[in-house]
Design a protein around this ligand. Structure first.
Ligand code: SF4
Length: 362
């Protein structure tokens, strides 16, 4: 039987979400978004995305591990935890000069933001002068700066902000209910406290989580609810797919269904309409089609380079090829007038150069 032609298309089209910034989501509302038919969910997410962002632009960051391994925390997914034997080679804090050399290379390859990560519970006071020098040096190159160093005291957050740190990354990881299954060495509240010190110091917040750790669908909803109900939405929201690393307690956990991951991106986009939603760890296990669906669902940020801390990341040239196939351009920074940088950014994506961007420590 032929489909009726007198039914208007709009009756088959879900109402486009009003992309208001809300901080009062309930679990039932988030679960209802996840339960939408896939096409309806993606339509809503794409509609919200277009209300707030250029639809064919993706922001590019580069990540360097400035101190690798031997972390005192016991995050069960993490090869850098000193609690597990993953064969990871430990590295002390990199010298400032080495970090600046890597940042320069990243900028020349098109990154607009340079993220520096240290496997620490929290930075020690003796390390702060070096950290501050790194921030100042990277900032002076015209790059946005981001760091992830673990928990911060209010004073440490203030000194990083004064040095010019734009973003601080500190993830919630998962729902409060599932959290104890993953980390026992610090509490959910510790994480919320650090986020509030970062906000109060005036820095932008990069905060997301990891899915595919054996959590329930409710936990994924509850994680997004926590993120969206923060006093301010994080400006960047990394959604990571667990990379199972041998030697960690999660090495044999069941895979998360790919559509469930794409749904998580779409729901994040709807609930966090003004945030950059970043496809982060786990992207190297996604084929081009899955990544394309994630971009359609509202992901608009990636890490670019051949290493993402200590886990794999698709090589830079593969990203360039995919961007070309999809007609995606790197997001231009509109808050700086560094034309040379803008040109380098555009060139990097056109360029089919195959050399790896950089190798993170370790
Ligand atoms: S995720 Fe961060 S805090 Fe947790 S073990 Fe790894 S490096 Fe340490």
């Amino acid at each position: 039987m032929q489909a009726s032609s007198n039914v208007s298309a709009s009756s088959h089209t879900p109402t486009a979400a009003i992309a208001a910034v809300r901080h009062n989501w309930t679990l039932a509302q988030v679960n209802a978004l996840f339960a939408l038919p896939f096409n309806d969910l993606l339509f809503q997410a794409q509609t919200v995305h277009r209300q707030h962002f250029r639809p064919n632009e993706v922001q590019i960051s580069t990540l360097l591990s400035i101190k690798t391994g031997a972390c005192a925390e016991d995050c069960k997914y993490c090869p850098q935890s000193g609690h597990y034997n993953t064969g990871l080679e430990r590295e002390r804090l990199l010298e400032v000069e080495k970090v600046l050399t890597q940042a320069k290379a990243a900028k020349e390859k098109g990154a607009s933001r340079f993220c520096m990560g240290a496997a620490w519970s929290n930075p020690k006071q003796r390390d702060m002068p070096y950290i501050i020098e790194m921030v100042r040096g990277v900032k002076a190159m015209g790059l946005e700066t981001c760091m992830t160093l673990g928990m911060l005291e209010p004073e440490q957050a203030k000194s990083l902000a004064s040095a010019g740190l734009d973003y601080y990354n500190h993830n919630l990881d998962t729902s409060p209910e599932f959290y104890g299954e993953i980390i026992t060495t610090r509490t959910y509240q510790d994480r919320l406290d650090t986020l509030s010190h970062v906000r109060e110091a005036g820095m932008k917040v990069c905060c997301g989580g990891i899915v595919g750790m054996g959590e329930s669908a409710n936990d994924r909803s509850a994680l997004l609810m926590q993120l969206a109900n923060l006093p301010e939405h994080p400006q960047s929201v990394p959604i990571n797919m667990l990379v199972k690393v041998k030697g960690t307690p999660l090495e044999n956990v069941d895979d998360l269904d790919a559509f469930e991951f794409i749904r998580t991106i779409a729901v994040a986009r709807i609930m966090l309409p003004e945030s950059h939603v970043r496809l982060s760890a786990g992207r190297s296990r996604m084929n081009e089609q899955m990544q394309a669906l994630c971009f359609f669902a509202g992901a608009n940020s990636i890490f670019y380079g051949d290493k993402l801390l200590t886990t794999e990341n698709p090589e830079a040239d593969a990203d360039q090829l995919l961007f070309k196939k999809l007609g995606i351009n790197p997001e231009q920074r509109h808050d700086v007038s560094d034309e040379a940088h803008e040109m380098a950014l555009a060139e990097a994506i056109k360029d089919q150069h195959t050399a790896p961007l950089y190798h993170a420590a370790g």
